[in-house]
Design a protein. Structure first.
Length: 166
């Protein structure tokens, strides 16, 4: 019975809260609202550990910055595009791991790498001059994913389970 209650309360939380963000995001100027769902997924995969929420978010935001840095570097390198891509990913990937693992209380390395991949997926085909506020939108969606969707759904589910068990 406990497993069924967990499943049903989680289903209700997922059904109720993330759609609010999906509807609100465009009104808040965020065109990449779905990024929040990806980031929430990593938060949940880490075990819904609220104590890690800030460092997971810091990792995502660092990955967002890393994506912009990668685009900038590849735009100025005068090499074959495949070589530029390899060298940029090699250097920035290695640095992300070294920094993240050296400062584990600040950054969650998996979210840094995931954030970087998200940023490159969304912004990779663009030129620096075309990015505008997109990196900020992505960063906002990342934070919403961890705190509103991840922490929020977990808190909502625990609240419901507490009411049911009374």
């Amino acid at each position: 019975m406990e497993k069924k209650i967990n499943m049903l309360t989680l289903a209700l939380g997922i059904a109720a809260l993330p759609p609010v963000w999906a509807v609100a995001a465009p009104y808040l100027g965020v065109e990449v609202g779905a990024v929040a769902l990806i980031c929430a997924g990593l938060y949940v995969a880490n075990g819904n550990k609220r104590k890690d929420a800030f460092r997971i978010t810091a990792g995502f935001l660092a990955g967002d910055v890393w994506a912009v840095a990668a685009i900038c570097v590849m735009e100025v390198l005068p090499l074959h595009p495949n070589l530029e891509l390899y060298l940029t990913l090699f250097l920035l990937g290695g640095l992300a791991v070294l920094i993240g693992e050296t400062l584990p209380t600040v950054f969650y390395t998996p979210s840094w790498l995931c954030g970087w991949a998200i940023g490159l997926t969304v912004m990779g085909p663009m030129k620096m001059s075309e990015l505008g506020m997109l990196p900020i939108q992505i960063g906002a969606a990342m934070a919403v994913g961890v705190f509103y969707v991840g922490v929020g759904v977990d808190a909502f589910q625990k609240f419901l389970i507490g009411k049911i068990e009374r």
